[in-house]
Each structure stands twice: as C-alpha cells, then as structure tokens.
Design a protein around this ligand. Structure first.
Ligand code: BG6
Length: 480
C-alpha cells in the first residue's frame, strides 16, 4: 500500500515534543490518523530509532491531553522512524533518496528555527519530482523577520512547492474558540446586525501569559512580542472578529474576507505611536529573573516582552472603533480573551445606572462565551443590575477540546488549507507591523514592569487617554 509520509524536520526539538507527537498520539487515539501514515522524524542528534521512540513515549506521557494508553502509543510508535540527518549540510540530503519508494503523499513539516527554512527548502527541491501527488510543506511562524525577508522566503517557497501546497501555520487558528468565532457570528441572528460602529464602542484583545522566556532566549531576542504574538496570532484574531460575512465557507472566500480586514489596518502615525503604542520588558522579582538575566539574552537587551497598542481600521463597518491589543509574558494570568463592548443607546433609564453590554469570547484556558446585560434587580425597588451569562464549553464533562495542532495536522493530511494563512494575509500583517518595529528600537527604559503585574504603567495611561480601562474578566469572575 502506498503511504502518506510525514517528514518532520526538528524531530528532537521542543515543538515536536510538546505539540506534534502528542497531537499525533491523540489523533491515533481517536482513530483519525490515516492507517497508511509513516512519520519520518529527522533530527541532528546521534541516536537510534529505538531511543527516539523512548523519548517520544516520554513526550506523549508528559504533554498529551488524553491519558496515555500504551497499546495506542505502541501503534503510533510503529509508524515512526528516526532519521539522523544534519539538514544544514547539502550532502546529507542524499539520505532522503529512498523517500519516493511506496509514497503517495509526502508532507514536509519544518519544525525548526526560522533561519533553517530557506536552507531546507533549497535542499529539498531536487527531491520533489515524481511523487504521485504534489508534496506539501508546513512552515512554522514567524514567517520572515520583516516584510522583505518574508517576501524572499515566500518567493522561494512558491517556486519550490506552489502556493496551493504551502501550509503556513498559525496554531491560534486551530484553537476551538477561534473556529467558533465564525460560527457564533454568522450562525446566529442576534449578533451580526449589531456588529459594527453604530453599536460597538470598543474591542479589546488580551493575551496574557505567566511564563517567561524559559529556554527560548535565542529565538525571542530576534522576535520579541511584536513578531512572536502580534504579527501572527493577534492580527489573526483581529481579522476573524472584524471580517465581513463570507458568501460561502470555501477556503479562499474566507481568506479573502480576512485579507480585506488586514489590508484595512491603519498604520500608526508617529504622534499616535507616542500615545497608543507601549512596549514593556519584565524585571526581576525575588528568585524570578528579569528578561535580561534569562539564558541567551543580552544583559542590555531592548527586546520587548510586552506590547499594548490601539488599532483602527479603515472600513465603513469599523471606522472610529478602537481595537485595544495587549499581550505579554510574566503577566498575572494565562488567558486569551476578546471583549466586545457595546455602546449605550438612548434609554428611559438613567444612563449612569446602565452598564455597557459586553460579549466576551473566552479563547483559553477556559473556552466559551460570556455575555453581560442589564436587568431589573428582584424586589420592590426599580433597580438595575448587570446580569451575567457565562457559557463554558470545556467545563462540560466529557469535552476535552482537541489541541490546535491536532486539527491542523489533520487538515494538512487531508489537504484542507482553510485554517492556514495565505501569503497576502502574512504580507498585510507585516506591512502593518513594520510601521511600529522602528519605534521599538528607540525604547530605552527597560525593564519597566514587575513580573505578574499587568505590564508597564504606560499601558494603563494609554487606554485612560481614551477614557477607558482594560476589561479583563478577572474581576468579574471573582464576583460571580
Ligand atoms: C507561540 C509563541 O507561537 O505561542 C510563544 O511563540 C507563546 O511565545 C505561544 O507562548 C502561546 O501559545 P498558546 O497556545 O499557549 O496561547
């Protein structure tokens, strides 16, 4: 039987251990992995296949969302083979010469540091002919270092694989609640008619993490929060929240609508950057090291671990509606939320007593939707109180949401690119982000926030300038 071959470059790396192997295991556990799949795990380490399988077993035990079942793990491990190969050396690619034998579909997954994307692609080129189906490539983020390098990388990839066969991964698109945004917006009558500047006052997208940089100093020094989170994940969230209703659910129709939003992002002028763009870097507290003290980080690093900004879109639907974005490492909670705050409309009740209606997409760790609206307080007094409806999707017994990588891996195997980013999405994101990268270089007051605080004071001042405050759900949960 001809096989589907998944060739993973970077097989001993962090991403493979934490995400790809557990995802393959969970797909196997749910009988979703094709019977004919063979995984070729390419790594530079000098180990034999059996040792690799032992390490894979440990990775699955540590990081899988489902409890490990050894019969299933063994079934998966039989499909994995380790190939020791230094992918930085041209001559080593000869080791792939047997790849054609009994192959139906080959998928190359580049789970390596971005500086290897081009070398690997160039070296793979001679091996791509004579497969029954066009080879696919999965490429991790960041896609390029800036617009120019992204264009160069993209040109090479398109020439080598063809746009249709390139899967630019943004794992946020595989998250359950991100997919749910479209269902909720376009599958209901009650949201879409008011999804515009006439009814929405502001939107906040907050993605906070408690972890620091850990072992990723080398990568993060070049990337920072702008490239690591904003250019990819957070702008993807903006596009899903702000897009117009697609005519159908075809991959390209959805992507066209998302691109429209990204092309409508208004670059911040220099004056706006002073008022509406804040960078931060975490300091030391007690035993917790400052960013500048982390491994492989320069002691006078100017890399930002926090960013907050205000975005505006040049569109009829969103003109004048501020999108406030905040993300950072070493913040008080691990949480991603999108908060839609509605305007107050003329009402016979005292406006001061009314709270703005709010709809919150809870992306993670809890997945769900939260809605707050005004109602009468029970009793004889005519008092208004905000009431809260809190739907938690992953709290229900038996629902253990698949990790983003499971869905995305399965989509690549099936050849469905809907949840992957098309080149023009990446291009427009870079165009916007480039306008703020130069400002980052001028920031000099780092470190400027304490671990487990909500970032530098300037982030608060920034939003207060518009008479608003950051609206995380933390406070509300305490009062529920
Ligand atoms: C990755 C970033 O893409 O996303 C990391 O490189 C970040 O720095 C991670 O921690 C966050 O992903 P998630 O799924 O935990 O929100």
């Amino acid at each position: 039987m001809k096989k589907t071959k998944l060739v993973i470059f970077g097989a001993t790396g962090d991403l493979t251990k934490r995400k790809l192997l557990p995802a393959l295991y969970n797909l196997e556990a749910e009988n979703l992995l094709p019977e004919d799949i063979k995984v070729i795990a390419v790594g530079r380490r000098e180990i034999i296949s059996d040792i690799y399988k032992e390490q894979a077993l440990e990775a699955i035990k540590s990081f899988s969302r489902n409890k490990p079942d050894f019969t299933i793990i063994n079934k998966l491990l039989e499909k994995i083979e380790y190939l020791k190969m230094d992918f930085t050396k041209d001559a080593e690619y000869q080791k792939l010469s047997t790849l054609h034998a009994d192959t139906k579909q080959v998928i190359f997954y580049l789970a390596v540091a971005p500086e290897f994307f081009e070398t690997i692609t160039l070296n793979l080129k001679p091996f791509l002919k004579n497969f029954p189906l066009p080879p696919r490539v999965v490429i991790e983020k960041p896609f390029g270092y800036d617009l120019n390098s992204a264009i160069i990388l993209n040109t090479l990839l398109v020439k080598t694989f063809g746009e249709k066969n390139i899967y630019r991964i943004d794992h946020y698109l595989g998250k359950e609640m991100l997919q749910n945004i479209m269902f909720i917006r376009f599958g209901n009558t009650i949201f879409e008619p008011i999804w515009n500047r006439d009814y929405i006052e502001q939107i906040q997208i907050i993605s906070s993490e408690t972890i620091g940089i850990e072992t990723r100093g080398n990568y993060y020094e070049r990337s920072g929060a702008i490239r690591d989170m904003l250019q990819s994940h957070l702008l993807q969230l903006v596009s899903l929240i702000a897009m117009d209703r697609p005519q159908d659910l075809k991959t390209e129709t959805i992507r066209d609508e998302k691109v429209k939003v990204l092309s409508e992002l208004i670059p911040l002028t220099l004056t706006e950057q002073k008022d509406y763009l804040v960078f931060g870097q975490y300091d030391r507290v007690g035993e917790i090291p400052a960013y500048r003290e982390e491994k492989n980080v320069s002691p006078d690093s100017n890399t930002e671990t926090f960013i907050a900004l205000r975005l505006l879109l040049n569109s009829k639907r969103w003109q004048g509606v501020p999108f406030y974005i905040m993300t950072g490492k070493r913040l008080p909670v691990k949480k991603t939320e999108i908060i839609i705050q509605f305007k107050k409309l003329p009402s016979p009740y005292n406006s001061e007593d009314l709270k703005n209606n709010q709809l919150v997409f809870k992306i993670q760790p809890e997945e769900g939707v939260y809605l707050e609206f005004n109602a009468k307080k029970p009793g004889t007094m005519e008092e208004i109180v905000p009431v809260k409806m809190d739907f938690c999707q992953n709290c229900e017994v038996g629902i253990n949401s698949p990790e983003a990588y499971e869905r995305l891996l399965l989509d690549v195997i099936k050849g469905d690119a809907t949840l992957f980013t098309r080149w023009d999405e990446v291009e427009h994101s870079w165009r916007f982000v480039e306008s703020i990268i130069s400002t980052r270089r001028k920031v000099k007051d780092f470190p400027n926030y304490l671990p487990f605080s909500w970032g530098p004071e300037a982030a608060k001042t920034m939003i207060e300038r518009d008479n608003k405050v950051w609206l995380t759900l933390e406070e509300k949960y305490e009062n529920l």
